[in-house]
Ligand binder design. Structure first.
Ligand code: ADP
Ligand code: MG
Length: 689
């Protein structure tokens, strides 16, 4: 048997089972090797009947003492009862709905029974134990792997197929990790690892196997991403003139923080070098990322290039357009806006101005990606709040220029090591400082019983001249997201909720609402009325989550707060505390669940986005965190980006060292590594653009 032997050539596997196995991604012997168990069951303990303790899951070797008895209780329920004995005592065994055992179990034969022992009075019992002839054991007496299943494929089938595959093929997997790496990080060899990840001799052996396989996966991931990053070496982008930033800094209405200055400078160096910039700027909400984007845009324009900034929502694009034209207009820079809600005529005009180069800086939504949009000399692409954009979209905008500089801005702070992986093809800058004079937002987690007090607080702040956001889960925005969830009557839906507030709770206040299903024009109107102070309370879905800036807003109320991720709550909270007023965030939850209360408490304890992100990652896992594989990374089979942080660091280091010695992985002993990286990234064709 070879690694590429088709699964249909295994005994007992015909086309029907083959199809079912294909659903699990298993087509060959090699696939079985890489189909790692999701769990293990320790079936090693063997004991005698007299010693077996109630509640223990053990193997008992015993002889069937009499003809098994079959009784039909009712339709669809029959029992087989057996007595088994060993040298120490007797065991009563009951099987439900396994009538075939009546004939299969032979009196006088020895079997292994694995299961939980129960004691009533003086008799010991087992119900539905795993049962195998004592001389032909295959799933007892060992640590048994537990695999992900699909209809028609039992764990036993997978165990026996995998055992065959491991026995004949584990040694055929070429050891791809270079010897020095194996030694330096004390990693188990490939053959050992494939054997022990499936059929571990002990939990220690399992740990060694796991460690190696996880390391290996992270190693290829890190190396692959580094290769991608290095491909930019030698490609030239539009080089900016060696301008300094003083001209730009004069335009700013405030003194930039040291962190902002440092990151602007990093961008400047990138843009003035021959290598196209590909940089991620991470900064907590309110850290002033827009100014950095503006600085980069200013630089591009100084060198006769155009800049484009892509925002995830219409509202945000509007707002950026407004602040960038206010900031850069006085320097004679022509800033434009392009969103899908604009009239056809207006869009056409903007497109023409981009084509002729008349517009130097354009802000827009996804509309910027559409076919008709062309640039005279696109030199810089800025993607704001990147977690909303896939790698592919970034690439689509980039393709509109000749290797333009790329600046990605994210307010979803993630731990640095993880950032290096997730944004492995990007250089990372961090704005780790907030502008001075911000007062931290006070946060409260309250239950339904405090609702009236919360309303009272809203009223009090409004009377003081402040404005208030109230956010509800996005029921109407994204119905799919709620499928299968209990969207009971309690779940606040924006429109009905806003109407109720307006009529019953705050008839004397000016209440508006926005949600994703509204026409862009209506959204915009509501938002700008709020920004202009014409509304006291804005009820909204998370469309206001990113970026929106209304300094007079001093209270953020989040309904059904348990429905939101911590990072999302952090974003929402970041909408207040932007001015000189004391600001508050009230998280309303009716859930008494331990988990969700615990989670929300984190929000009260810290305002550090990095810490919150770390917690979020721990609680929800990276899948959720980055949203349905939006990050565009290859699928990982065994490693877990959130959990294996320490191994991640080591794998990253090892990959870096290797690529320093052999940047193209051209040496013969590294060919296998390159091969594995290619396989891993094969599905991610777009990342290579
Ligand atoms: P974010 O990083 O969340 O995008 P913004 O760029 O929207 O943050 O900035 C938040 C607010 O802080 C804006 O009103 C901006 O004008 C202001 N701001 C940015 N940098 C500074 C600074 N260095 N000093 C004072 N205010 C600043
Ligand atoms: Mg922003």
């Amino acid at each position: 048997m070879k690694l590429n032997t088709p699964i249909e050539q295994f005994p007992g596997i015909g086309p029907a089972r083959g199809k079912k196995l294909a659903k699990l991604g298993i087509a060959t012997a090699g696939d079985l090797l890489r189909n790692f168990p999701r769990d293990y069951e320790d079936r090693r303990t063997q004991t005698s009947i007299v010693r077996a303790q109630p509640g223990e899951r053990v193997c008992i070797r015993a002889m069937v003492a009499q003809e098994p008895r079959l009784s039909r209780i009712r339709r669809g329920l029959d029992l087989v009862k057996v007595k088994a004995v060993d040298h120490s005592g007797m065991l009563n065994i009951t099987y439900f709905n396994q009538a075939y055992l009546k004939d299969a179990l032979r009196p006088g034969q020895e079997y292994i029974f694995f299961g939980q022992v129960e004691v009533t009075g003086r008799s010991k019992q087992m119900t539905n134990p795993v049962t195998e002839p004592a001389d032909r054991r295959s799933t007892t007496g060992c640590i048994l792997p537990v695999y992900r299943l699909t209809a028609g494929i039992s764990n036993n089938i997978l165990v026996s197929l995998t055992r065959r595959a491991v026995e004949s093929c584990a040694g055929q997997v070429q050891e791809a990790l270079p010897q020095p790496v194996l030694e330096e990080y004390a990693l188990a060899h490939s053959e050992f690892s494939y054997q022990n990840i499936h059929f571990p001799d002990s939990f220690e052996a399992l740990e060694l196997a796991r460690r190696r396989l996880i390391f290996e996966e992270l190693f290829y991931l890190a190396a692959g991403l580094t290769l991608l990053k290095d491909r930019r070496v030698g490609t030239t982008g539009p080089v900016c003139a060696q301008a300094d930033l003083s001209g730009f800094l004069k335009l700013l209405p405030f003194t930039p923080t040291a962190a902002q200055l440092r990151v602007m400078e990093e961008c400047r160096q990138d843009m003035c070098s021959a290598r196209p910039m590909n940089r991620l700027v991470q900064g907590d909400v309110g850290s002033g990322k827009t100014a950095v984007a503006a600085a980069a845009g200013w630089l591009a324009v100084q060198s006769g290039l155009q800049a484009a900034m892509m925002a995830p929502t219409e509202i945000l694009a509007q707002q950026h357009f407004h602040s960038l034209s206010t900031l850069l207009g006085p320097a004679g820079i022509r800033v434009g806006l392009l969103t899908s809600s604009m009239t056809a005529a207006r869009k056409k005009q903007v497109r023409r101005q981009l084509e002729t180069g008349q517009l130097q800086f354009v802000v827009g939504t996804h509309a910027l990606l559409s076919k008709g949009v062309e640039f005279a000399r696109l030199g810089l692409v800025v993607a704001d709040e990147q977690h909303r954009f896939g790698v592919g979209q970034r690439a689509a905008l980039t393709a509109k220029g000749e290797r333009p500089h790329v600046l990605v801005m994210s307010a979803t702070p993630i731990p640095r090591t993880l950032a290096l992986i997730v944004y492995g093809d990007l250089d990372v800058s961090v704005i780790d400082e907030l502008p001075p004079g911000r007062t931290p937002v006070e946060t409260y987690v309250v239950g339904e019983d405090k609702r009236q007090r919360m309303y009272g607080f809203v009223r009090k702040l409004v009377q003081e001249g402040r404005q208030v956001y109230i956010v509800c889960p996005a029921v109407e925005e994204n119905p799919q997201a709620w499928e299968g969830l209990d969207t009971g009557p309690d779940l606040k839906a924006v429109t009905t909720y806003a109407a109720g507030l307006r009529e019953e709770v705050f008839p004397d206040l000016r209440v508006g609402f926005v949600h994703g299903r509204m026409k862009a024009k209506e959204k915009e109107t509501a938002m700008s009325r709020f920004a202009a102070g014409e509304l006291d309370v804005l009820v909204s879905t998370t469309v206001i989550e990113v970026g929106v800036d209304v300094p007079n807003a001093a209270l953020m109320v989040v309904e059904n707060a348990e429905r939101f991720g911590l990072s999302q709550l952090h974003q929402l909270r970041g909408r207040v505390g932007r001015g000189k007023h004391a600001s508050y965030c009230v998280l309303v939850t009716s859930s008494r669940g331990q988990d969700s209360t615990q989670r929300l408490k984190v929000m009260k304890q810290t305002t550090d986005g990095f810490e919150i992100a770390q917690e979020d990652l721990k609680l929800r896992g990276p899948g959720d965190f980055f949203g349905n594989r939006q990050h565009g990374l290859p699928q990982l089979h065994i490693a877990d980006l959130a959990g294996d942080m320490r191994l991640l660091q080591q794998a990253q280091q090892a990959a870096k060292d290797l690529l320093r010695r052999d940047p193209q992985l051209a040496q013969p002993e590294h060919r296998a590594v390159l091969e594995r990286i290619r396989t891993m990234f094969a599905e991610q064709a777009d990342i290579f653009n």
